[in-house]
Design a protein. Structure first.
Length: 179
């Protein structure tokens, strides 16, 4: 882009990664959040706040994040209950641990069938958000415009994603629309 002499690659990467994280958090993916975990010396168990019948199956490989080192990673499911999944854990620090909550929630991702990085509308939405983040960093007093056309001093407000919702509409997760 030719801006390497003005701004470090780290700064540009942070802005781009932030925009991608914001957009991807609204997109529908093949993942669920777990609310707790426990383990024996060789088996890990994750707990969910909803029924998971028909979502996961024994033998399925999932990617677990946000649950601590002995639980995180690619795991093959050895058991599926109404609100639990089990899998083998390995390592040298596998002392038994009773149920305890995971805050913020952990994430269990199954195979994804959509590559959002290849969807033009998603890329455009991420670019627009990256521009807003960049502008807020460079000229913090150059705020955005609210829906009632009043100037806003804070560009990173609640309308940040609202401006790109039309581009993302076909790909939005129903879970991101609640609340």
């Amino acid at each position: 882009m030719g801006i390497g002499s003005l701004y470090s690659d780290t700064v540009v990467d942070e802005v781009c990664q932030s925009a991608q994280d914001i957009v991807f958090s609204y997109l529908w993916d093949n993942a669920l959040n777990n609310s707790g975990h426990s383990n024996t010396t060789n088996t890990g168990t994750l707990y969910f706040d909803q029924s998971i019948y028909g979502i996961f199956y024994v033998g399925q490989t999932v990617t677990i994040t946000g649950n601590g080192s002995k639980h995180n990673g690619s795991k093959t499911l050895t058991g599926v209950g109404e609100r639990t999944i089990t899998y083998a854990i390995t390592g040298n620090n596998n002392t038994a641990a009773p149920f305890h909550p995971v805050n913020p929630y952990g994430k269990v991702s199954a195979e994804s069938y959509v590559d959002y990085s290849a969807v033009a509308a998603v890329n455009e939405a991420a670019l627009m958000i990256a521009i807003d983040i960049w502008q807020a960093r460079q000229a913090s007093n150059a705020g955005g415009i609210s829906p009632d056309f009043q100037p806003s001093p804070y560009r990173m407000g609640n309308t940040l994603t609202a401006r790109v919702r039309g581009l993302l509409a076909p790909y939005l997760s129903p879970n991101s629309l609640v609340g």
